[in-house]
Design a protein around this ligand. Structure first.
Ligand code: ADP
Ligand code: MG
Length: 448
């Protein structure tokens, strides 16, 4: 099968696995440039899309590609500028989409960093989040003038990221001339470190201090990072004092974030602080139906109920289960009924429970005949360093762990050494076959 044909088949599956806007805005713009020795090189039109697609859809694309090729592949994402020209002229989305599916009214500048499908239309409102939702709507009507800053906190997967993007998208729709910036606190920190190294701090300051609305996700990430806090404090003041809107999310209340200066905490608390609670059954059911509808995927009511009842922990997992069910149903070409879902879901649960960070560490150590303790220790022996870098790479790429968490797991290292390790593996990946073999073998043993 030639590359184009193979990629077309992969794309057909991707189309039904994500919402139309995500597909159109991201995945449809990619191309398979090369596939040799189980390394698939995937081209993206610009660095922004490359990072988004790689961070969010690595495992989805890999899963579909592995099935299509009946092989275990690794993916490398690169930039191919030719793509930005070709894909713009492609309009036909194929028969999988209903003509009347909701679409964005107006395209938002990609530089804002906003995900188009995280908007208010797709945000389900219930008892767990109605206060946060109402406050968000008020902010959209009068950015900078009602609640500033707006601080949203809550546990994993309760919809904080969705809501903050929805605020950004709605403000962008209503204010053509507004410059909006969505950023995770992790990216803010990384860009700051980078700007200091490259001596581009003025550019950094301009970027953050000259926007009309700054949306910072997971602000708790700046805990313990003095320089980031200092810079964020000044950014915040510059924006706040000139009436620009600041929206922050966090996994806990402002006063409970450890190792953050008091002056920042009091800034965070100076506007409106709201929480989002874990959704109850009714809300989980509504959300899972919404997610299926976004993908034009229909399921019997009893299957929706079964999913909403069984997966209580968080919505991301619930969504993951739905998506895997869709892919499975597609490849089996059979309708999904309750029995199918029950059988399938049993095995899905077992699998996700099996691969933990601990297992990644112990398998990687074993692969190189080291002990996990040595892998996480201080020795700089070259073989050990490579093994350590690979473990870090897998924890980031396959388990999607935050840099700080990986640092903690690998013997208390800071996030810059974790970033360095990931960069190092990424740089060598395409040219170093033995490295790829090692990674593939470990991945196989983990069944990624
Ligand atoms: P958090 O940032 O709080 O960890 P996210 O915003 O990433 O959570 O939400 C996880 C997933 O659940 C996303 O796909 C999001 O769209 C979905 N989700 C969460 N809450 C809602 C909601 N109220 N309506 C629709 N989707 C939701
Ligand atoms: Mg989030």
């Amino acid at each position: 099968m030639d590359l184009n044909h193979l990629w077309q088949n992969v794309q057909e599956e991707l189309k039904i696995s994500v919402s139309q806007t995500t597909y159109q805005g991201m995945l449809a713009q990619t191309a398979l440039l090369d596939l040799k020795e189980n390394i698939a090189t995937i081209g993206c039109p610009n660095p922004y899309l490359r990072d988004l697609v790689e961070n969010r859809y690595y495992s989805l694309i890999k899963e579909v590609l592995d099935r299509q090729t009946k092989e275990k592949n690794s993916l490398v994402f690169t930039i191919d500028q030719k793509l930005s020209i070709i894909k713009k002229t492609k309009k036909n989305l194929g028969p999988l989409f209903k003509k009347n599916s909701p679409v964005q009214k107006q395209l938002v500048d990609p530089a804002f960093g906003l995900l188009p499908n995280y908007n208010f239309t797709t945000f389900v409102v219930g008892s767990a989040n109605n206060f946060a939702h109402a406050a968000a709507q008020a902010i959209v009507k009068n950015p900078g003038q009602t609640y500033n800053p707006f601080f949203v906190w809550g546990g994993v997967g309760v919809g904080k990221t969705h809501l903050i993007h929805a605020i950004g998208n709605a403000i962008a729709q209503g204010n053509n001339d507004f410059k909006i910036l969505y950023v995770s606190a992790e990216t803010f920190t990384n860009e700051l470190v980078d700007a200091l190294q490259k001596k581009t701090i003025t550019k950094f300051k301009n970027k953050y201090r000259k926007c009309d609305c700054l949306l910072v996700d997971d602000i708790q990430f700046i805990a313990g990072k003095e320089y980031s806090q200092e810079e964020f404090f000044h950014t915040f003041n510059a924006l706040y004092l000139s009436g620009r809107q600041v929206v922050l999310t966090s996994d806990r209340k402002p006063e409970e974030i450890p190792k953050v200066e008091d002056r920042l905490i009091s800034r965070f608390m100076g506007g409106l602080t709201v929480d989002i609670q874990p959704p109850d059954y009714e809300m989980r059911l509504a959300i899972i139906k919404q997610k299926a509808q976004e993908r034009n995927f229909s399921l019997p009511e009893e299957v929706f109920r079964f999913l909403a009842e069984t997966i209580e922990s968080n919505i991301r997992e619930l969504e993951g289960a739905l998506f895997k069910l869709m892919i499975k149903a597609q490849s089996n070409k059979s309708p999904v009924d309750l029995e199918f879902a029950q059988n399938f879901f049993g095995s899905f649960k077992k699998r996700t429970q099996r691969v933990t960070p601990k297992i990644v560490l112990s398998r990687t150590a074993k692969h190189f005949s080291f002990k996990t303790k040595e892998l996480c220790g201080k020795s700089r022996k070259s073989e050990l360093v490579i093994a350590r870098h690979i473990a870090i790479y897998l924890l980031r790429k396959d388990l999607d762990l935050p840099l700080m968490k990986i640092g903690d797991l690998i013997g208390g290292r800071d996030h810059t050494s974790i970033m360095y390790a990931i960069d190092k593996i990424e740089q060598e990946y395409s040219n170093n076959q033995s490295l790829r073999n090692n990674i593939n073998q470990i991945r196989n043993s983990l069944q990624f």
